[in-house]
Write a protein that binds this ligand. Structure first.
Ligand SMILES: CC(C)(COP(=O)(O)OP(=O)(O)OC[C@H]1O[C@@H](n2cnc3c(N)ncnc32)[C@H](O)[C@@H]1OP(=O)(O)O)[C@@H](O)C(=O)NCCC(=O)NCCS
Length: 187
């Protein structure tokens, strides 16, 4: 296996993966999501423009890992507005306004490539992007029994903020957050 190449998806006005990526890469990425539909229900609308405008808009960031013509994994970073309202009370008192927060979604690695550090690298790339934008706090939710996700997030400095319920299904998740290590100007 070659070491995957990591990069942000760059496109001037992209609003779907189909518009932003080579069609065969987009199709492979959507196939990955489909295979995990039981776990990643919220990403099933990935092919719809509304998903992007709703989640991260033009200024957000999607990072993908590729090996040759294969998409090995991806993750998305959006902004405070994309944090479910039901989670927001948990974030009050952190001293960071919602507008200065970012949210990670859907880190997904092809099963054949898991355990090789790709998920951590992709996530670290997006966290670094949030830091570089001057955002003070990054949140994410994970399943309590998702040990690899838990270890990955803890190793990058995320801490548990307690249990929340997924708005659509009510399923329990752990809300996690990481404060930027940079000194952040709030406003
Ligand atoms: C969770 C996921 C993104 C992790 O990506 P990955 O590339 O496999 O993870 P990494 O190789 O970067 O490893 C991260 C940590 O998980 C650990 N890990 C990897 N596979 C593991 C497994 N099967 N069981 C327990 N821990 C595991 C690694 O050892 C590492 O921890 P360590 O450094 O403390 O040893 C990936 O497994 C995945 O796509 N899962 C399905 C979708 C999902 O659950 N996404 C997360 C939503 S929050």
């Amino acid at each position: 296996m070659n070491t995957p190449a990591l990069r942000p998806v760059e496109a001037p006005h992209y609003d779907t993966f189909e518009n932003a990526l080579d069609p065969s890469l987009a199709a492979r990425l959507l196939a990955l999501v489909e295979a995990e539909r039981h776990r990643l229900g919220s990403l099933l609308n990935l092919h719809e423009p509304a998903f992007y405008t709703g989640f991260h808009g033009a200024a957000g960031r999607t990072a993908i890992a590729t090996s040759g013509d294969r998409v090995v994994g991806f993750a998305l970073l959006g902004f405070g507005d994309a944090i479910y309202p039901a989670y927001r009370p948990r974030l009050e008192g952190l001293g960071v306004p919602l507008a200065r927060m970012a949210v990670l979604s859907g880190c997904l690695i092809d099963p054949a490539w898991r355990g090789l550090g790709v998920g951590r690298e992709l996530t670290a790339m997006l966290v670094a992007h949030a830091d570089a934008l001057g955002l003070g706090y990054v949140v994410v939710t994970t399943h309590a029994e998702n040990h690899s996700s838990w270890r990955l997030l803890c190793s990058l400095g995320f801490e548990s903020l307690g249990q929340v319920a997924l708005p659509d299904s009510g399923e329990p998740r752990i809300l996690m957050g990481r404060r930027s290590l940079r000194k952040v100007a709030h406003g």
